[in-house]
Every structure is written in structure tokens, then in C-alpha cells.
Ligand binder design. Structure first.
Ligand code: SAM
Length: 430
């Protein structure tokens, strides 16, 4: 989501200010940080990086420094109190107002802060996405109304709000016309999408996927991130009825213990989650399912953690993002007693990580000799003479092939599984 927002910021500043992206802050007139506050570590990193930007500004006083994203949303003007050389503070919902904020900063000489939530206004003010290659991300909803007790998102990005169905489809049509073959629909709880239809009704994600799949040129669709509570029978059915929907789903479970799931306010039990996975696998037998786990939520006992390991073993996830619980100010869990000692958290984390890495490697190994549909994204990173692409389950495959295949979906036979990628060869049919 942040990468998408950053690309939009770059587009907006190119269109309104004639600015160009530079990778080197020494060359920059404006240095922006697009931040994440889901965990404390990410938040602290921002202040560390700001210190470095300050040196650039000291050398060239005309440089402006801005902080956007969820740290900005959470800290607001406090950022300027802690780092007075910051000129602009804007939230995820006000990034489209950057041109105004820059102009005001220049005319008044005073730092500007705007972290309000002006609903979906942001989408109406942004230029069309820039297309790079055959893949694109399309944001379809923002925010979260689930209020899991550990999470800051509802407070930093606001409640769930969806873009109108026609607006999303128009963006997908434009992308397809510009050569995009694969679209990933994005949202904090993307499957909570309820986009307004012209007749006053609303379209759910299943309907949007069906319509997106019918757009000429679109060959593959993905969506992320989903919440288990919003995984409706219609969406499960979409995996059976829409071949263009990739065989991949990221469905965060967080824990295998019902006691912890209830304390997190997730709204499902481990059994309910397992039954959902059974239905999804019945609809799409080769579904690659990945998840998120939080280890060391307050009050998590050894017995709770064993339940998490048991669930991970039973469901054979294709991979997972494992997180150490991080206490976030303002969330209900921050008030809970019985924090898990750091060493215990770390030891549990490592056990879970090892289990999931084994599962991921076993999946990769099982792909050897299979034929995969691969969207060719460009030249391989290590060997520029080779091509690189992504399978349905998002793994990177490197293989020999001609540059004219870039941007197409080709069949590739997997010949070897390496820790972070696969090797393959293009299938030539007579
Ligand atoms: N909407 C999805 C859901 O909840 O099902 C996930 C989106 S969330 C912004 C991304 C992930 O960050 C979560 O699934 C969770 O595992 C992790 N996360 C969020 N808050 C956290 C915290 N306080 N400590 C550790 N991990 C956290």
C-alpha cells in the first residue's frame, strides 16, 4: 500500500511541479519519507533517517523535507517538535494535497501539517497510475474498521472506505490499454470492498473481480490483503469460477489459539479459519496460501503458542510473515497485562520461522518439473542475458528467453528450486 502511495506521490509531483524522482538525496529539492507505523521498529527508523536528511538540508537550505504515511498520521505536529527542520507532515489520506502544502510552506515560511481524513477525496485528485511493465497495483479501498486490539491502522488510515466500482474499472481498462496484463487489487482489508454502483447498490470484491477479468488484455488478477471475516462464500466461489484469478491468497490468521484470537478481537476461531481454508482448497486445489502470525501477544502462554505451531503444521502454508508483537500506543492491547518476555518471544518466533521456511521450501521443491504460467517482468537481476518472471504463486523464476517475451505470459517448466527463486525453461509447443 505504501509503495502504491509513493508511486502516486511521484506521479502527482511530476504532473503538478515538474519534479523528477532521484535515488540520491544529495540531488533532491524535496526529500519525502512515506512511513509505516504498524510496528515500533519502522517508526524509529524514520527519525534516524530524518537525521540524515537534515545534513542535506544544512548543506543546501532550499531543500524541503516531508514526512507522510502512518507515522505522520499518528504523530502529527509532534514530528516538527522533535525534528524542527521538517517542512511538511501529511497523512495517507492527504497526500494529494502535497502541491498546496508545498506552496504554503514556501509562501509562509512555516511548516505545514495536514493529517486529516477527507474520506475518498484523495482518489479524485490523483493522475492516472504510471505503467511500468506488465504489472500494476490498483488501490480499491482504504482503511480498516475491524479494530483488532493490537493494530494502529484504523487510527492512522481511518475506517474502511471503497472507491466507486466504475472508477476502479476505468483505471483497470486504462492500464490494460497501456499494456498491463496483471493487476493486483489493494486494500488494508481488500475483501471488505463495497464499491458504489450507479444504481445506488454496491459491488463486492467478487463482482469487481469478475468485471476486471472481463477487461480485454487483463490476464491475471490478484488481491491483497484479506481479512478472514470478509472471505465470503461468493469470494470462495470466485476461485472456482475465475481462471484469471491467480492461485494465491494471503489470509492473515495471527494465532492458532482461540483464547489469543479472542483477545486480539479477530472475530473467528482456529476451527472457523481451518474450515474456511478447506473450502478455499476445494474451490482451487493448487491454491498457494500465505499468512501473517503475531508471536508474543500479551498473555500468550507456551500452550497457546503450541496451538499456533499445530495450526501452521496442519494447514501447510506456503509462507508467512511472522511478527514479534509490538506494543502500539493508543491500541487496546497496549493496556493489557502479562507481556511476554522478549527472550521468550524471540525463541517462539524462531521456531515458527523455521517451520514456515521448511513449508515454503517444500512447496518450491514440489514445483520442480511442473509447467507454470509465468508473467515475464524483465531481465533477470543476476544475469541480464536471462529473463525473469512471476508464477501464479508469485515466486520468481529465471530462465533463458528472448527479450520480446517481456510483458507476456509464457509457459515455463521448472527445473530447479533455489532458496529465493526458481529456475526454468520455456516450454516450446509444436
Ligand atoms: N488486514 C489484514 C488482517 O488483519 O487480517 C492485515 C493487515 S496488517 C496492517 C499487516 C500485518 O501486520 C498484520 O496481519 C499483523 O500480523 C501485523 N501487525 C499489525 N499490528 C501489529 C503489531 N502491533 N505487532 C506486530 N505485528 C503487527
Amino acid at each position: 500500500m505504501n509503495e502504491y502511495d509513493s508511486a502516486k506521490i511521484a506521479d502527482l509531483l511530476a504532473a503538478t511541479q515538474g519534479m523528477e524522482l532521484t535515488e540520491d538525496s544529495q540531488d533532491a529539492d524535496l526529500i519525502l519519507f512515506n512511513t509505516c507505523s504498524v510496528r515500533e521498529k519502522a517508526q524509529e527508523k524514520v527519525f534516524h533517517e530524518l537525521g540524515r536528511a537534515r545534513l542535506v538540508k544544512e548543506a543546501r537550505p532550499g531543500v524541503l523535507i516531508g514526512v507522510g504515511g502512518c507515522v505522520a498520521s499518528q504523530e502529527g505536529a509532534a514530528i516538527i517538535r522533535r525534528a524542527p527542520y521538517v517542512d511538511l507532515v501529511f497523512g495517507p489520506q492527504t497526500l494529494h494535497r502535497l502541491p498546496e502544502l508545498i506552496a504554503k510552506r514556501r509562501s509562509t515560511g512555516r511548516p505545514q501539517v495536514d493529517i486529516s481524513f477527507p474520506e475518498i477525496e484523495k482518489f479524485d485528485h490523483l493522475p492516472a497510475a504510471r505503467v511500468e511493465g506488465a504489472s500494476a497495483f490498483v488501490s480499491i479501498m482504504e482503511g480498516c474498521s475491524k479494530y483488532c486490539t493490537f493494530c494502529v491502522v484504523p487510527y492512522t488510515r481511518g475506517e474502511e472506505i471503497s472507491r466507486p466500482h466504475a472508477q476502479v474499472l476505468a483505471e483497470i481498462r486504462d492500464l490494460a490499454a497501456a499494456g498491463v496484463r496483471e493487476v493486483t487489487l489493494l486494500g488494508q482489508n481488500v475483501n471488505a470492498y463495497r464499491g458504489a454502483l450507479p444504481d445506488g447498490e454496491s459491488a463486492d470484491l467478487a463482482l469487481l473481480l469478475a468485471h476486471a477479468a472481463a477487461v480485454p488484455g487483463i490476464e491475471r488478477l490478484r488481491f491483497t490483503t484479506s481479512h478472514p471475516r470478509e472471505m465470503t462464500p461468493r469470494l470462495v466461489e470466485a476461485f472456482a469460477s475465475l481462471p484469471k484469478l491467480a492461485s494465491q491468497l494471503h489470509l492473515p490468521v495471527q494465532s492458532g489459539s482461540d483464547r489469543i484470537l479472542a483477545a486480539m478481537k479477530r472475530g473467528y476461531t482456529a476451527l472457523e479459519y481451518k474450515s474456511l481454508v478447506r473450502k478455499l482448497r476445494a474451490a482451487r486445489p493448487d491454491l498457494s496460501l500465505t499468512t501473517d502470525f503475531i508471536v508474543g501477544f500479551p498473555g500468550e502462554t507456551d500452550a497457546d503458542f503450541e496451538k499456533t505451531l499445530a495450526l501452521a503444521t496442519e494447514l501447510r502454508f506456503d509462507g508467512s510473515f511472522n511478527f514479534l508483537y509490538s506494543q502500539r500506543p493508543g491500541t487496546p492491547a497496549a493496556e493489557l497485562e502479562h507481556p511476554v518476555p522478549q527472550a521468550t518471544k524471540q525463541a517462539r518466533f524462531e521456531r515458527l520461522q523455521e517451520l514456515l521456511e521448511q513449508c515454503h521450501a517444500a512447496y518450491s521443491q514440489a514445483m520442480v518439473d511442473s509447467v507454470q504460467k509465468v508473467l515475464v517482468t524483465g531481465h533477470a537481476k543476476k544475469d541480464g542475458a536471462e529473463l525473469s518472471g512471476r508464477c501464479d504463486n508469485n515466486r520468481i523464476v529465471n530462465f533463458a528467453g528472448q527479450a520480446r517475451l517481456i510483458g507476456q505470459i509464457v509457459e515455463v517448466r521448472i527445473t530447479a528450486a533455489l532458496p529465493h527463486s526458481l529456475r526454468g525453461e520455456v516450454v516450446i509447443r509444436d
